[in-house]
Ligand binder design. Structure first.
Ligand code: NAD
Length: 362
C-alpha cells in the first residue's frame, strides 16, 4: 500500500520477451528464428562450456561459435577478445548462457556492435533484465547504462540451475534479494517496481532455504528463479543506493567474490538505512516474514543467511581490516541518493560489523 504522499512517478516497462518454465531451453531454436538471426555466437564462462557446446550441437548450423572465456566484471581484454570472435564469426546474435559474467560479456560486445542478445541465465544475478553494463580496466570497474544492451529475449529454465551448488545458490539468491531491497527504498521507486520487489523478496525468502536443503528440488528452483527474475526487473527499473555502491567498491578494490559480498553486506546496509526508509522496511519485513513480523528487516535477512550457512563476514571473504577505512572514504567521494545519511564514521561502523560478521546494528 502506498502511504504518506501524493503519487508521482515515472514508469518504464522492460521490453524484453521472457519465456519461463522447466524445459524452456528447448524453445531456443524458435526464439532465435523469431529474432531473425541466422548466425549465433554462444558466450559463456569456462565452467559452463559443456552446456554451451551441448547447445551448439543442438542448434546445429545456426551456431557459428562458442566463446567460453567470460569472467567476472568483464576485463577489457576479454571484451576485446569477445568482439574479435564476434567479428570473425560474422555473428548476428549473441546468446549468453550462464550467470552475470556471461551476460556481462554479451552486453560489452553488444554495446559496440549493436547486436541483439538472447540470454539464458543459470544463476540468480538478474543482469539479463537490466541495461547496465560494465568494463574493468586496471582493477577499476566502470558501469554504464545503454538500452541497446538489454537482452531482447530471456529464456528462464529452472532445470539449468539444478547444478548450481547450494552455497552459490544461496549467495546468488541473496544478490537477487539485494536488488529487491534497494528497489523498495530507491528514490525513483514506483508502485509497480515496489510490487515486483516485494514479490521477489517473498519468493526468494521461501525458495532459497528449500534450495539449500535440497538443490534438486525443481519446484524450489523454479520459485527461486522467478524471484531472481523479479530481482532483475527491480534492479533495472530503479536506481541503486548504498548497498550496490559498497559492493561495487569492495568487489573492485579487494577482488571479493560478487554474490558473497552482496550477501555479507545486505543485512548491515538494511540496518543502516532503516530509520531513513521506514515504509520500505515494513514492506521488506512483511515479505520476509509473511506469518508476522517479529524482527527488524535487517535482522530477518541476517537470520535467513545464517540459517543457510552463507558467509557472514568480510574477513571470511579475504578482505583485510585495513581496507575498511579506505572503503568508507571511497564511498564518500561522490554523493548519491541514499535514505540513510552518509557519514564516514557510520560507514566505518557498518563495515566493522560486516567485517566481523556480527548481527546488524539495529
Ligand atoms: P558468474 O556468472 O561469474 O558465475 C559464477 C560461477 O558459477 C562461474 O564459475 C560459473 O561458471 C558458475 N555457474 C553459473 N551457473 C552455474 C550453474 N547453473 N551450475 C553450476 N555452475 C554455474 O556469477 P554471477 O554472480 O551470476 O555474476 C556476477 C557478475 O555479474 C559480476 O561481474 C557482476 O558485476 C555482474 N552483474 C551485473 C548485473 C547488471 O545488471 N549489469 C547484475 C548482477 C550481476
Amino acid at each position: 500500500m502506498i502511504q504518506g504522499r501524493a503519487l508521482a512517478f515515472i514508469f518504464e516497462s522492460s521490453p524484453a520477451r521472457v519465456v519461463f518454465g522447466m524445459g524452456s531451453l528447448a524453445r531456443a531454436s524458435e526464439e532465435i528464428d523469431s529474432l531473425g538471426a541466422k548466425r549465433v555466437l554462444i558466450l559463456t564462462t569456462p565452467g559452463r562450456q559443456r552446456l554451451g557446446d551441448e547447445m551448439a550441437t543442438r542448434l546445429g548450423a545456426k551456431v557459428v561459435g562458442v566463446f567460453a572465456h567470460a569472467v567476472m566484471h568483464v576485463p577489457v581484454e576479454t571484451a576485446e577478445a569477445g568482439r574479435n570472435a564476434t567479428a570473425l564469426a560474422s555473428a548476428d546474435l549473441l546468446m549468453a548462457i550462464g550467470g552475470g559474467s556471461a551476460v556481462g560479456l554479451a552486453k560489452a560486445i553488444a554495446a559496440v556492435t549493436g547486436l541483439p542478445i538472447l540470454a539464458v541465465p543459470t544463476t540468480y544475478s538478474g543482469s539479463e533484465m537490466t541495461s547496465t553494463w560494465g568494463l574493468t580496466e586496471h582493477g577499476i570497474k566502470k558501469t554504464m547504462r545503454d538500452h541497446r544492451v538489454r537482452p531482447k529475449t530471456v529464456l528462464y529454465d529452472p532445470l539449468l540451475t539444478l547444478s548450481l551448488p547450494a552455497k552459490l545458490s544461496a549467495t546468488s539468491g541473496m544478490n537477487a534479494m539485494a536488488h529487491c531491497v534497494e528497489a523498495l527504498y530507491a528514490y525513483d521507486a514506483n508502485p509497480i517496481s515496489s510490487l515486483v520487489a516485494e514479490e521477489g523478496i517473498r519468493s526468494l525468502a521461501k525458495a532459497l532455504p528449500m534450495v539449500v536443503r535440497d538443490p534438486s528440488d525443481v519446484e524450489a528452483r523454479s520459485l527461486a528463479l522467478y524471484g531472481a527474475w523479479l530481482g532483475g526487473i527491480s534492479l533495472g527499473a530503479t536506481t541503486t543506493a548504498l548497498h550496490h555502491k559498497l559492493c561495487h567498491v569492495l568487489g573492485g578494490a579487494f577482488d571479493l567474490p560478487h554474490s558473497d559480498t552482496h550477501t555479507v553486506l545486505l543485512p548491515h546496509v538494511t540496518a543502516y538505512n532503516a530509520a531513513g526508509a521506514p515504509q520500505a522496511m515494513a514492506r521488506i519485513g512483511q515479505a520476509l516474514s509473511p506469518n508476522g513480523v517479529t524482527q527488524s528487516a535487517a535482522r530477518l535477512l541476517y537470520d535467513l543467511e545464517a540459517s543457510m550457512k552463507t558467509p557472514l563476514s568480510l574477513e571470511s571473504l579475504g578482505m583485510n581490516r585495513d581496507g575498511i577505512d579506505r572503503a568508507a572514504a571511497w564511498v564518500m567521494e561522490k554523493p548519491f541518493h541514499n535514505p540513510g545519511a552518509l557519514t564516514r564514521e557510520g560507514l566505518r561502523a557498518l563495515l566493522e560489523d560486516a567485517f566481523e560478521g556480527r548481527p546488524p546494528r539495529i
